[in-house]
Design a binder for this molecule. Sequence first.
Ligand SMILES: Nc1ncnc2c1ncn2[C@@H]1O[C@H](COP(=O)(O)OP(=O)(O)OP(=O)(O)O)[C@@H](O)[C@H]1O
Ligand SMILES: [Mg+2]
Length: 355
Amino acid sequence: MKTLPFGLDIGATTIKTVWLSGDGNGFILNSASILPTPPKGMFSESPLDQEEMARAIRKIVDDSKIATKYVNIALPESQVYTRVLEMPRLSDKELSSAIYWEAEQYIPVPLNSITLDWLVLKRPQTEAEKMEVLLVGAPTALVDKYQKVLTMAGLTISCLESEILSAVRSLVVNPATDPDKAKIANEKIFPNTLIIHIGALSTSLAIINNGTIAFTYLIPTGGAAINRAIATDFGFSESQAEEYKKVYGVSTESLGGKIGKATMPILMTIVTEVKKAVAFYNEKYKSNSPIQQILLSGGTAKLPGVTTFFTQNCGIETAIANPWNILSSQQVPKEIIDNASDYTIAVGLAIRGYE
Ligand SMILES: Nc1ncnc2c1ncn2[C@@H]1O[C@H](COP(=O)(O)OP(=O)(O)OP(=O)(O)O)[C@@H](O)[C@H]1O
Ligand SMILES: [Mg+2]
């Protein structure tokens, strides 16, 4: 078994790491951990805050006994431009120049400040069909900041990608490119899945059609907005609100009913966008391949009652994402299993290139 770069997911509220070994025929978990993010997170431009971030990252790496300096890292979806493009069938060489013309149409800032990356999702057999390409543009200044902080933490970036790509990799098997794995995963993985990753500040959606990303979308709300709503309605501090949220979630009973009432409008904002995304998808795919399930990922997927809420309001069976399905049979500590949805992005990063 080979040691792989570890996955590092730096969120607004928590830092997650996952370190695996693998050989392409399965993965073994070496360590997984979560620590609070320092208050300014990666948002600050101040060298002092960046040093604090580097120290926090170093600490989580040391505490988790990660014995590689190579790291795969995700950039926050809210700060990158992600889009699935339909293009005529092109060779890689043709695509590498055509992509700039496409990017100019979709990225609303000058391209000389953007680092572009792309991935061919579908290259059709015939010229009549369209090729599908995932375009990701990240502000170069942001990429440089991540490089700087990680270098300060004594780490070397192997690869940088956008969060939603990592989440999809850990949760979805593509039956076309990976028929063996699809067969093994059979009952656990549906080729047409809607992933909803709800963090603290933002929510990312990805619709997967037959194992491939069809569409991604960002909603600028998440768990922190729920805390604020509860805090405002009850005159609580945000940390008190967080405690109540974790106990009562979207419950409609007794005291929980009142907390649930504060929580619901935030979740309904997400449901509204989900419905729009599903309508768009059904239009495009002419309902040939309806979405079979919703997977909820991120810290807010642990909100009590949230799966039932989405099942009822979206009319699609909803479950909590479990990225640990990628592991070979192995006993994983209960705490890590119980918090599975926290690790989706970090797992996707940790298996990159070896899935
Ligand atoms: N048991 C729980 N019930 C409900 N919400 C929870 C629970 N545990 C964590 N959360 C919420 O999940 C959110 C944190 O999720 P996560 O760690 O995925 O976000 P992040 O990565 O720090 O943020 P972002 O991705 O937006 O930068 C917080 O708002 C937190 O209150
Ligand atoms: Mg996050």
